[in-house]
Design a protein around this ligand. Structure first.
Ligand code: HEC
Ligand code: HEC
Ligand code: HEC
Ligand code: HEC
Ligand code: HEC
Length: 407
């Protein structure tokens, strides 16, 4: 399961073997991956410690920019990803209201390195902040760089990664790397994209349940059709992690058809059928995004009437205590949205406009918070306003369909 591609000193081999032994010495790859992941995502993550003496400052640095000097492609892609923005204003204004214990609960997924937590503790004046300045291998802005390369790839200054595509470079930089097949396993992502069974629930449903939704759907089955989180979100190992914020990715997720039926007596029904054909989990997977279906009657003379709106999503109130509705669509399944209306005979068509609000739940939370701005520390307000602006700015139109009345 674990092996060193180079520079595998006897001590390190021992450590790797002990881990493999614990996991059944490679006979059970499943158990080995599980054991690796438990250790890799230990909570809290231990500090990296002192870098090996042979490391240059560049090899020792935890700065994504330092990794980018040699891994330019991953760095360029990561910079465009939401993982690099995981310490955005939406999290930062909330951290200002928290004590260290509450804060660390969020940082476990948003900035999990011990070195990042230490910098953020210093910034927030939390009691267990380090007394010494950070070591040279920790840049002072690491806490603001979100989910950095090292959080997924570096433990105790050793690099971990998937099996190499080519013969590994012998005597490569940073003492080589440890191969771990678990990097290609959906459970690697589940650490942050799945709450444990004991996690918070509304109406019996876990607030974050993406891995379980995937397990229950068609893509987790072994065989040719198997698609892991990585196959869809890191095709060709790209570090972009496109999701519902990206129109092209979202278009791949659904197939929409629109039909119109005359019911007689000037009554009609427009029916949109939405199939989740490309998301590996519910569409959308959790409560934050909403997808809006708006039906319009467009008259040839230019007149236009909105007939009604429907929402795809899990709608929960802002204190997160109550489910309002749940119209998410499980992987491979479909749902009808029916819009009845009256129309006189004449020349008109029905148009369906599908819009995506990737941060809808946060938009509501931020507006509520601004409504009681007097109870918030002044320093939090500019961040809160920016968070709301940024959340609203993520909205986009996905597609339009049109259908005419049958003659
Ligand atoms: C001085 C150049 C250099 C720096 C700096 C550097 N790397 Fe590397 N890294 C390499 C080379 C060369 C390889 C071997 C590449 C290969 O075999 O394809 C490698 C291999 C890796 C691998 C294994 C890839 C695989 O196939 O599994 C990972 C993961 C990795 N580096 C992560 C990092 C991270 C994270 C950082 C920053 C914290 C970093 N590296 C900094 C040059 C560097
Ligand atoms: C250490 C925690 C962590 C791990 C591990 C992790 N993620 Fe994330 N992921 C996050 C956080 C936090 C965000 C939200 C960042 C933000 O918007 O502030 C995120 C965002 C995303 C998004 C963007 C979704 C959108 O709304 O468009 C995708 C897609 C994603 N992750 C996929 C993955 C995949 C696939 C893996 C496994 C290879 C993975 N993540 C591993 C924490 C993690
Ligand atoms: C189990 C991992 C996990 C924990 C713990 C967690 N988050 Fe997140 N958070 C995520 C993921 C994953 C996303 C992105 C989901 C997506 O975009 O679809 C996210 C997105 C967000 C966003 C929206 C993106 C942004 O950066 O503006 C905010 C705000 C946020 N989380 C705040 C918090 C706060 C506050 C806490 C602590 C109370 C917290 N999170 C704890 C995983 C986590
Ligand atoms: C959320 C976790 C995560 C983050 C953050 C992350 N990676 Fe990766 N990385 C992965 C996973 C998972 C794979 C394996 C994907 C696969 O095999 O499908 C991978 C693969 C790699 C590889 C091997 C690529 C290849 O083509 O063989 C390198 C090198 C690498 N990452 C470097 C980096 C660098 C540099 C950064 C920061 C700029 C970074 N990673 C950030 C999870 C991450
Ligand atoms: C078959 C391809 C596929 C697989 C497998 C897949 N996803 Fe997705 N994922 C998508 C598509 C397409 C979207 C955009 C539409 C959407 O949001 O559902 C998406 C969206 C997301 C989002 C954005 C937030 C949201 O509410 O939808 C996150 C987070 C995410 N995926 C994480 C994961 C994780 C974690 C796994 C593995 C457990 C995974 N995905 C497996 C295709 C896939």
């Amino acid at each position: 399961m674990l092996k060193f591609t180079s520079h595998a000193g006897p001590l390190r081999l021992l450590a790797a073997c002990a881990l493999a032994l614990l996991a059944g010495c490679g006979n059970k790859p499943e158990a080995a991956a599980e054991a690796f992941l438990q250790r890799h995502w230990a909570e809290p993550m231990p500090p990296q410690g002192t870098p090996p003496a042979a490391f240059s400052p560049l090899e020792a640095s935890l700065d994504p920019q330092a990794c980018g000097q040699c891994h330019a492609e991953q760095y360029a892609a990561w910079r465009t990803s939401l993982h690099s923005k995981a310490m955005g204003p939406g999290l930062r204004w909330q951290l200002m209201l928290m004590d260290q214990e509450q804060g660390n609960r969020c940082l476990r997924c948003h900035t999990p390195l011990a070195e990042q937590k230490a910098l953020l503790a210093l910034e927030h004046g939390w009691p267990n902040a380090p007394k010494q300045p950070p070591p040279d291998f920790v840049p002072s802005d690491l806490g603001h760089q979100g989910l950095v390369c090292a959080a997924c790839h570096v433990r105790g200054h050793r690099r971990f990664g998937p099996p190499p595509r080519n013969e590994a470079v012998k005597d490569g930089p940073h003492g080589g790397f440890v191969v771990a097949e678990a990097f290609q396993d959906s459970r690697f992502c589940a650490h942050c994209h799945q709450f444990p069974d004991s996690g918070p629930r509304i109406a019996g449903k876990l607030l974050e349940d993406t891995y379980r939704q995937w397990l229950a759907g068609p893509y987790a089955k072994e065989g040719a059709g198997k698609q892991t989180c990585q196959s869809c979100h890191m095709p060709d190992r790209q570090h972009r992690w496109r999701g519902i914020h990206d129109p092209e990715m979202t278009r791949r997720a659904i197939e929409v058809s629109l039909k119109l039926q005359a019911l007689g007596g000037g009554r009609y029904e427009a029916r949109a059928n939405v199939r989740n054909r490309g998301a590996g989990h519910h569409f959308p997977t959790y409560m934050v995004p909403k997808v809006e279906l708006a039906f319009y009657r467009r008259d040839v003379d230019g007149g236009s009437v909105e007939l009604g709106r429907h929402v795809i999503g899990w709608n929960v109130d802002t204190p997160i205590t109550q489910e309002l509705s749940d119209t998410r669509i499980a992987a491979g399944e479909a749902r009808d949205f029916r819009q009845p209306f009256n129309a006189a005979g004449g020349d008109w068509r029905v148009e369906l406009v599908v819009r995506v609000l990737p941060a809808e739940h946060y938009e509501r939370i931020y507006r509520d918070a601004l409504g009681r701005a007097d109870q918030l520390p002044a320093a939090a307000l500019p961040l809160l306003r920016r968070a709301l602006d940024e959340a609203v700015a993520t909205r986009y139109e996905l597609l339009r369909l049109e259908v005419g009345a049958e003659p």
